[in-house]
Design a protein around this ligand. Structure first.
Ligand code: PLP
Length: 421
């Protein structure tokens, strides 16, 4: 354990980190519930669910038990030509709670790969049918992951700049508002004969800055896509498994997507796993005596049994009445806090969906790199809270098991920050 930080800095390159100027990484030696324990004896509230993945708290004993049992039974097996009980059970579990039109589960191992699979399914769906539709429609501020396909369908930004010229062309549209909805619909109608699919983060654009938009407008867009024969991909990597107050963001609309992507909360935040689900219509387009119509995609760790076992354990916890009650409790606490701060002169665009509340510090520097970000990040760490602003946008996205006292403590420190900065 000694000089862990020095040994880290000597050998490790961290994600999304400018290694020259970043503060030293904080060694975490234990997690329990919403708390992370630092090597120097400190305790932090994980108010960002460790990059939006954790649902039930850290080192959950039930999940740990299920992982342990699976490790002693079958740790991994090739998933082409073979199957195993946890993958089958997880597919059954998922299909029992996602929209009814979803009929097949394709496994991969993270959110970006779930997106890559979805894009390939759509593009090859048309290819297999002999129809030339290769354009993809996406939101301007979307974030769908960091691999090349996922990056291509994400908004162009500082993150993508070094690669922009290599990313395939995508049609980008604004988020829907009452005012622009008809215009967006006609843009889709104009492009329809080229459009393979529309990919979107439903209700909340996460990395784009926790931008929220109305479920009714999304519903209209999805219905319009269906009308124009444009496939829809709901990227529920962040919104899935209770984040939006319902089990899935798609539970807020009546339209049904052709394809859905899941990852982050899928295993309760314990293991890396990705899922792409699809309708029977999509699946059928790949069934053929012609081998060329196969979906040629897979990863070494596709449907890893430990990850599947852990996802099944998280499913058991998620579908307990206590968890659903916790989700509603967090949602209501956030609502009350929102009402209390929404007219604060230093804040703008205070917004909330389910267990996520977000607001913007009124400042001129709004970029991801703004220095209010570092001020706030460090201030909250000193107060024992992990909050990780996106530029001047601060958000709380906690594990559902967070107590009222811990939520009140976070709100109180946000008020203190409002006085200070
Ligand atoms: C995080 C995220 C991804 C990418 O998932 P990774 O597991 O980080 O590759 C894709 N879509 C959305 C909406 C996300 O929030």
């Amino acid at each position: 354990m000694n000089n862990l930080v020095e040994r880290d800095l000597d050998k490790i390159w961290h994600p999304y980190t400018q290694m020259k100027t970043a503060a030293k990484p904080i060694p975490i030696i234990k997690g329990e519930g919403v708390y992370l324990y630092t090597a120097d004896g400190g305790k932090l509230i994980d108010a960002v669910s460790s990059w939006w993945v954790n649902l039930h708290g850290h080192s959950h004993p039930y999940i740990a038990q299920k992982a342990f049992e699976q490790l002693q039974t079958l740790e991994h097996v090739i998933f082409a030509g073979f199957t195993h009980p946890q993958a089958v059970k997880l597919a059954e579990n998922l299909l029992s709670i996602i929209p009814d039109n979803q009929k097949k589960i394709f496994y991969s191992d993270n959110g970006s790969t779930a997106i890559e699979v979805a894009l390939k399914m759509c593009l090859q769906y048309w290819f297999n049918k002999g129809v030339h539709r290769q354009k993809i429609l996406a939101f301007k501020d979307a974030y769908h992951g960091d691999t090349f396909g996922a990056m291509a369908v994400s908004g162009r930004s500082a993150w993508t700049a070094p690669f922009d010229s290599l990313l395939f062309d995508v049609e980008f549209i604004d988020l829907p508002t009452k005012e622009n909805l008809e215009d967006l619909k006609s843009q889709i109608s104009n492009l329809k004969s080229d459009l393979a699919c529309f990919i979107f983060e439903p209700l909340i654009l996460g990395s784009g800055g926790m931008l929220m938009y109305d479920a009714k407008l999304l519903n209209e867009l999805m219905l319009h896509c269906r009308h124009e024969n444009v496939l829809t991909i709901a990227d529920e990597v962040m919104t899935g498994f209770g984040r939006t107050g319902k089990l899935f963001a798609m539970d807020h609309v009546t339209a049904e997507p052709d394809i859905m992507c899941f990852s982050k909360g899928l295993t309760g935040g314990t293991m890396a796993l990705g899922v792409t689900s699809c309708t029977d219509e999509i699946y059928q387009a790949f069934l053929s005596d012609d081998k060329m119509k196969t979906l040629f995609h897979g990863h070494s760790f596709t449907a890893n049994p430990i990850a599947c076992a852990v996802a099944n354990a998280s499913f058991d916890l998620l579908t307990k009445p206590e968890t659903l009650a916790n989700i509603q409790r967090v949602e209501q606490k956030h609502q009350t806090f929102k009402q209390a701060i929404e007219n604060h002169p230093k804040l703008k665009n205070v917004r909330q969906t389910g267990t996520i509340i977000a607001f913007e510090w009124n400042t001129d520097a709004t970029s991801y790199f703004s220095n209010i970000r570092d001020l706030l990040y460090n201030f909250f760490l000193e107060q024992g809270i992990i909050l990780r602003p996106l530029g001047n946008i601060l958000y709380i996205l906690p594990p559902y098991c967070i107590s009222d006292d811990d939520l009140d403590y976070i709100y109180e420190k946000i008020r203190l920050a409002l006085e200070k900065f």
